[in-house]
Design a protein around this ligand. Structure first.
Ligand code: MN
Length: 214
């Protein structure tokens, strides 16, 4: 799996804590300022610090996070959960944008249509994955080993890079459906949060990740 070995831009500096590429209030009114601040500076930061703690003195210190995921069963549950939390949020911030593009453009829009029938159909499938995920987890758009787009969801902080994932691939878009991602603004209304998400996707970044993955 060549694409798994490709170092993500955000990990060029090994295991750094990425900067949020916009201000906490940039995604208002869809994602509120308070949630963004707590989510990034508390939740994401805690996964990152617990991850660094968990890998200390293990062979995970010497390899990339992708290589850890690619042999995930060789590592502790703490490395799985916190490494996942670290990676998944690092990706999530980059695929969000205050630019408010409502849909992909150009070539990538054609790839979506070819893969799912239409953009509306893709949204429906992705929304279903995000809504039906019981408890805490993530919804994903990934490029699988055949170079095809696939939608999936994962429990906890698992992701499609983990080699025991049912839907392995390179993630290019994700949505956090843990309650901490939406409870302050949307309370129990996960579907409202999921609908809001479609207003603030950075499609340029998603397309860039797609082109790197194929
Ligand atoms: Mn989260």
């Amino acid at each position: 799996m060549d694409h798994v070995q490709t170092e993500e831009k955000i990990f060029q500096q090994k295991f750094n804590f990425p900067e949020l590429p916009y201000s906490y209030d940039a995604l208002e009114p869809y994602f509120d300022k308070q949630t963004m601040e707590i989510h990034y500076s508390k939740h994401h930061r805690a996964y990152y610090e617990k991850f660094l703690n968990a890998i200390k003195g293990t062979k995970a210190e010497d390899i990339s996070v992708e290589e850890i995921f690619n042999n995930i069963n060789e590592f502790s549950t703490a490395i799985r959960n916190n490494g996942g939390g670290y990676y998944n949020h690092s990706l999530f911030w980059t695929i969000l944008s205050p630019a408010k593009n409502s849909s992909p453009t150009g070539e990538f829009s054609e790839v979506i249509t070819k893969s799912f029938g239409s953009f509306e159909k893709f949204k429906e499938i992705f929304n279903n994955a995000a809504t039906m995920r019981f408890g805490s987890g993530w919804a994903w758009l990934s490029v699988n080993n055949n170079g095809d787009l696939q939608v999936s969801s994962s429990p906890n902080q698992d992701n499609p890079l983990m080699n025991d994932s049912e839907y392995q691939g390179t993630p290019i878009l994700n949505l956090d459906v843990w309650e901490h991602a939406y409870y302050l603004k949307y309370q129990n209304r996960r579907p409202d949060y999921i609908n809001a998400f479609w207003n603030i996707i950075n499609w340029e970044e998603v397309e860039k990740r797609y082109l790197r993955a194929i």
